[in-house]
Design a protein around this ligand. Structure first.
Ligand SMILES: [Zn+2]
Length: 281
C-alpha cells in the first residue's frame, strides 16, 4: 500500500450488528483503525465516559461526539422547544469535554425544509458556541439538505475560533450536488463523514431516503474528486467514515447483510485505504 499524506483512519460506532459500542471499540482497534466517533444520548449521559474509558484502554482516539438532531429545526423558532434544544446541545458539549473529546459535530437543520435562518437561531447557536469555547470544545457544523442555514451560521459565527466544518461526502452528493462544499468551507474543515450513495433518485426531490451511507466506492460519489478536494484543503487529519450496514428507509446493498461485524469493518478500512491512495503524495 502506497501511504499518502493521511494515513489515519476513523469510523463511527456501527448499528445493526447487535454489538455494544464499548465492545466495538476494541474490535475497531484490532481491525486497524486509529479513531472513532459516537453519538450522544441525553438519557444516558454516562455513555460517552464509558466510551472514553474503553478507548483509553484500547489505545484508540475518540475523535468526535455527534450531537442529536431530531428537533434541530426548533433552534430557528422562538419558544421553549428551541430553548430546550439549545440547552441539550450545551449538555452534549459539556459531556464531550468530560469525555476528553475536542469536537462536537452538529447538524444545523433537520430534513429538507426548515424555518428560515433567523436571529433567534443565530443567538442560540452563538450561546452553544460560546459555552463550548469556554470548555475547550470545537463545534463542527455539518452539511445537510439545506445549504442556507450553514452559510448563515458560518457568515455570523465564522470568526469564532471554535466554529469549524464537518464535510459529509454523501450528503454533498444526494442533497446539494450542485454545491462544492469544500470550495466554500474546506478551509474550516475539522472532521469528515466519509460515505457513499447513489445520488438523487427522483430529480428535484431532496430526501433523506437517498442518504444511504454506503461504503466508499459502492455508490456514485466522485472519489477522485473527494481526494482532490482533501488535497486542495491540505487535509492531514483523520479519514473518518460514517457508514451503515443498512439504513432503514434507504437503498441497501445485499452483500453487507452477509458480512459479520469484523468483515464489514475490515472491508470499510480497505475502502478508506483506496480513497487515500487517490490522494497526492
Ligand atoms: Zn454525517
Amino acid at each position: 500500500m502506497n501511504m499518502k499524506r493521511t494515513a489515519r483512519y476513523g469510523t463511527n460506532i456501527l448499528g445493526g450488528f447487535g454489538i455494544d459500542g464499548v465492545e466495538q471499540i476494541q474490535i475497531i482497534k484490532e481491525t486497524g483503525f486509529d479513531a472513532f466517533f459516537t453519538g450522544w444520548n441525553r438519557k444516558d449521559r454516562g455513555a460517552v465516559i464509558r466510551y472514553a474509558e474503553a478507548a483509553a484502554k484500547a489505545g484508540l482516539f475518540y475523535e468526535t461526539v455527534h450531537a442529536p438532531f431530531g428537533k434541530m429545526n426548533s433552534m430557528w423558532v422562538d419558544g421553549l422547544e428551541g430553548d430546550d434544544w439549545r440547552d441539550m446541545l450545551i449538555e452534549c458539549a459539556d459531556d464531550t469535554a468530560a469525555a476528553g473529546v475536542g469536537i462536537m459535530v452538529t447538524h444545523v437543520t433537520v430534513a429538507s425544509t426548515a424555518p428560515p435562518p433567523s436571529e433567534i437561531g443565530y443567538r442560540r447557536f452563538l450561546e452553544v458556541a460560546e459555552h463550548a469555547a469556554k470548555i475547550g470544545v470545537k463545534i463542527a457544523l455539518e452539511n445537510l439538505e439545506i445549504p442556507e442555514h450553514l452559510a448563515y451560521l458560518f457568515e455570523r459565527l465564522g470568526s469564532m475560533d471554535n466554529i469549524a466544518f464537518c464535510w459529509d461526502t454523501g450528503h454533498n452528493l444526494c442533497y446539494t450536488p450542485e454545491i462544492d462544499m469544500m470550495e466554500l468551507y474546506g478551509d474550516r474543515l475539522i472532521c469528515l463523514h466519509i460515505n457513499d450513495n447513489n445520488g438523487i433518485s427522483i430529480p428535484g426531490v431532496i430526501t433523506w431516503h437517498d442518504d444511504s451511507h454506503f461504503l466508499p466506492f459502492d455508490g456514485r460519489v466522485d472519489w477522485v474528486g473527494v481526494a482532490g478536494r482533501l488535497d486542495k484543503a491540505g487535509w492531514d487529519g483523520i479519514l473518518t467514515q460514517e457508514v451503515n450496514r443498512g439504513k432503514e428507509g434507504c437503498e441497501k446493498i445485499p452483500a453487507y447483510s452477509e458480512m459479520s461485524y469484523r468483515e464489514f469493518l475490515a472491508e470499510s478500512l480497505e475502502r478508506l485505504h483506496r480513497l487515500n491512495s487517490l490522494r497526492a503524495e
